[in-house]
Design a protein around this ligand. Structure first.
Ligand code: GLA
Length: 572
């Protein structure tokens, strides 16, 4: 009975004139979530007005007017809807939102994996799949959550089977067919992805799937494929045609009965964040191909261009509808193939720049697709960056909010990402070509209770800074990003004590003593005045000896801290 009344009320609330016109708010009207998981929709009316009210919210969700968002948690699976109302120019504009809560979502968190294109290109083969699968398992990448091994373009034979029209793999590269490659990946506990194109040819000129969607989807399912990356080279430009072509493949995949993740790749040219989910896809590329450089030229997408592409799109991302910023170039170090052209200067980035790429992708909740050469040894620095569990936890956060740029000052961008457990992640990116300093002020950050103390976790260095309710300064190298996770402090939590000291002698040894065993710290940490960790020691004793070069330091004894840790689910 309640449902009938709600449906009648909603019918009258729905806008007469709004059918087919732009939404009242900048963002999707088709959203997804999981039962028992916090949901959030940040509402940004394009009119610049504030949202007046949200009507028809199911029990469990509430409208937070101050933060302009719908938030809460629904326990039951099902389809829900509500209406957003905005007063504009003497009229009341309305928009309806449909929310599906399900345990069976195609992509509850952004997928993580490795794609063959950037360094392997045409050399793809069963042997490459075998080597890469082994390396993914042995290097810790799989354990960290990178589970999809995706064979990109150029796996194809010259043509499909002339009788059945089924797709065939290149016999030289895959002598025992694609089944064997899929089985190798599966045996290592990985999922297998494949590539095709919504036209008669792929980007690199092999046969495409247009007109053969059914044959291809059926064959992929029989091979045991788990993901399809579907490109858009050689296809008509209009959005309606793209929607129709992507939908055809989406329906063909669905019809196979096999669960396959559907990944659209039309490079953001037709704003797929507005319609992508109508095709059955759960993520879509937002830019042209990323390049292994800080700045791209003539259409090349360096980190700078990725930021330009992704920064306005935060209202459109969400659970099961991810904006994909394309392949990560971490670990390539200028030795890629297509990833090495169209960059300003020589290809390759500094480690700070690679770390910024990783940090931003995670703050944006982009799918994480590595693309470096897994046939060669991986450096410890690279692997640490790719597998930093606290950074990956931001990417995989189940509330699925893409970080919004809160401000840009003196070449620094501050990113804010609300998280499922109520914490808030911040990123500060230095876009300047020189080192720079900035200040983060908690009273500027939405989603926090201003006046309360917050634990401040340095996510990149995996270290807890002094809790604060005020502000702190950040020093950044050129193109570096600092990432923090803020967690509200319980009233009765003990804070660390802080000592600021100047070391005048060159490389002196610093002795720190604590009186009284009951005050003995659990941990002692030495940072520079900007919170960067220089040394960290654990111990229950009262004396610590730390060798330090000349500079100013902050020495902090940590009595109690709250760690944020994440370990991905092991399925095999
Ligand atoms: C396009 C895509 C790339 C890659 C190549 C393969 O350029 O955007 O990611 O798949 O095609 O040809």
């Amino acid at each position: 009975m309640y449902k009938v009344i709600a449906a009648v009320v909603l019918f009258f609330l729905l806008p007469m004139g709004a059918k087919g016109q732009k939404h009242v708010f900048d963002g999707p009207s088709r959203l997804y979530g999981q039962p028992g998981v916090q949901f959030m929709q940040r509402l940004v009316p394009w009119t610049g007005d504030s949202v007046v009210e949200v009507v028809g919210l199911p029990k469990g969700l509430r409208f937070d007017k101050e933060r302009s968002c719908v938030a809460g948690c629904l326990q039951k699976e099902g389809d829900y809807s509500y209406v957003v109302r905005v007063a504009h120019g003497g009229r009341m504009l309305r928009d309806s939102v449909r929310l599906t809560i399900s345990r069976q979502l195609q992509q509850p968190a952004p997928f993580m994996g490795w794609l063959s294109w950037n360094v392997v290109e045409s050399e793809i083969s069963t042997e490459v799949v075998r080597t890469v699968a082994e390396a993914m398992a042995a290097s810790g990448l799989k354990r960290a959550g990178y589970r999809y091994l995706v064979v990109d373009d150029l796996w194809h034979a010259d043509s499909r089977d002339t009788l059945t029209h089924s797709p065939l793999a290149d016999k030289q590269k895959f002598p025992n067919g694609m089944e064997e490659a899929v089985a190798i990946a599966h045996a290592k506990g990985l999922r297998f992805g494949i590539y095709s194109d919504a036209a008669d040819r792929t980007c690199a000129g092999r046969y495409g799937s247009y007109g053969y969607e059914k044959e291809d989807a059926t064959q992929y399912a029989q091979w045991g494929v788990d993901l399809l990356k579907y490109d858009y080279c050689h296809a008509p430009t209009e959005r309606d045609t793209a929607l129709e072509r992507y939908r055809r493949m989406g329906e063909a995949l669905e019809a196979t009965g096999r669960k396959m993740l559907y990944y659209m790749c039309e490079w953001g040219q037709r704003q797929p964040w507005l319609w992508g989910e109508q095709t059955g896809a759960s993520c879509w590329r937002t830019t042209y191909d990323t390049r292994d450089g800080w700045t791209g030229k003539w259409g090349g997408v360096g980190v700078v261009q990725s930021i330009e592409g992704m920064r306005p799109l935060w209202p459109y991302s969400g659970v099961n509808r991810w904006n994909d910023a394309d392949m990560l170039c971490i670990g390539i170090h200028g030795r890629g193939k297509s990833s090495s052209d169209l960059v300003e200067g020589r290809p390759g980035m500094t480690q700070d720049e690679y770390a910024t790429q990783m940090a931003l992708w995670c703050l944006w909740s982009s799918p994480l697709t590595l693309s470096f050469d897994l046939r060669k040894p991986i450096s410890p620095d690279d692997i640490a960056l790719m597998t930093n569990p606290e950074l990956l936890a931001l990417d995989q956060d189940l509330m699925g909010q893409q970080a919004q740029p809160l401000w840009e000052r003196n070449g620094l961008i501050l990113w804010v990402k609300p998280l499922e457990n109520g914490d808030v992640a911040l990123g500060l990116t230095n876009m300047n070509d020189t080192a720079a300093r900035g200040t983060i002020k908690l009273d500027e950050i939405p989603y926090l209770d201003h006046g309360k103390h917050y634990h401040v976790r340095d996510v990149m260095h995996r270290f807890s800074q002094t809790p604060t309710r005020g502000e702190w300064r950040v020093a950044l190298n050129r193109h570096q990003t600092a990432v923090y996770r803020l967690a509200e402090m319980a009233e009765d939590e003990v804070t660390g004590e802080e000592y600021r000291m100047q070391v005048r002698e060159q490389r002196c040894r610093l002795k720190v003593e604590f009186k009284g065993a009951e005050n003995a710290p659990k941990r002692i940490v030495v940072t520079d005045p900007y919170g960067r960790v220089l040394s960290e020691q654990r111990g229950s004793g009262q004396r610590f000896r730390l060798p330090l070069p000349k500079e100013e330091y902050v020495v902090r004894a940590v009595a109690q801290g709250r760690a944020c840790c994440w370990s991905p689910e092991e399925k095999d």
